[in-house]
Design a protein around this ligand. Sequence first.
Ligand SMILES: [Zn+2]
Length: 429
Amino acid sequence: MTGVSTTIALTNAAQMLTLAGDEAARAGAAMRELGILEHATLVIEDGRIAWVGTHAEFTAKLAAGELAAPQVTHDCSGALIMPALIDTHTHLVWAGHRRDELELRLGGADYEQIFAAGGGILSSVRQTRAASEQQLYEQSLARITRMRSCGATTFEIKSGYGLDLESELRQLRVARRLRDEAGFRIKATCLAAHAIPEEARGSDDARAAFIDRICTQILPAVVGEGLADYADVFCDRGAFTKAEARKVCEAALRLGLELRLHANEFGHTGGAELAAELRARSADHLLHLSDEERAALREAGVVATLLPGTSLVLGKPYANGRALIEAGVPIAVATDCNPGSCALENLAVVLALASYGCKLTPAEAVVATTHNAAASLGLASEVGRLAPGLSADLLVIASNDYRELVYHAGSPLIREVWSRGQRVDRAPV
Ligand SMILES: [Zn+2]
């Protein structure tokens, strides 16, 4: 490697959550293992973590000449250092807004009623189809930049507000530009099977033809341009049946995409069973889950992704996190950031909601938003833990105890956000 290497030491943190361990997603009691060091120091070299240990070990190694003196030393006394958060379920590329629906819902209308009346997802589809790629990019860039300032540096982004070939491709191209031009770490998911578009409603034939178009046109074009890592289907009441979802999933698997599924949000609708049968990387929502469905997810190695922000906003029950922990299913937690059912952008707040709503302990909620999230995106060798070799994506928090992330949920405790060894929570000076 050529060029000058930059070494930065973040020194003497009161508490450091290393999450030391292997790359597998954690389940059961292992979800409470944070690998805590006290009075800890971390060395960054060329954007990667080069060394982690206690501050006493650090000073001893410096004195012995076993570690080179860092070019920059950043005193973190009294602070907490932990991995940056990872948001594994977002729909953050959309145009416009649905603030009016928020008022309708709070006035008593139900999400499924709004959807049936042509609102909901279809309203965002109309607004997103009407936007140019540049308009979509600018709106999405503002959004993801706010999300990063709240602590997340890695994102999964789904399409699904296009529902036709060109608009789905446009959404995914915007996700790619957020990665390539704006420098966010992103995995993309084609969710063309998010809703039946207006033009395909009203007859079974039109509905079947739309599903066929997803399988034979949209997914192949997306794969042809290399625009997605995953496919997803909204398998639930009012969306796609299990049989329809299976058809889309099998087409995606044939094209080499892995699966993440919207499952069991409104009932026992077959999504969780299908995720287990087809060995999806993740099954998401899971408000309604039987013992048999939990066992099937565990056996298939599917990560359960909980989205408690959506439960809060829609006034729905929370997923039962304790039952999943007891069943040995690894859990991730994400924002579900989208224009309708949950426009929350702050994953640190959703982490706390996973504790208050889904009954995860603070330690479990931390693992669910860091290492397990990385594992569900196939990124556990890159982010989610603080270990030599991984990317230096981390948070410096104005607290000496990680439990305050839940205890003082919503307070501005996150002092610094680092991605690839650089501070990203403020404009460069
Ligand atoms: Zn979603």
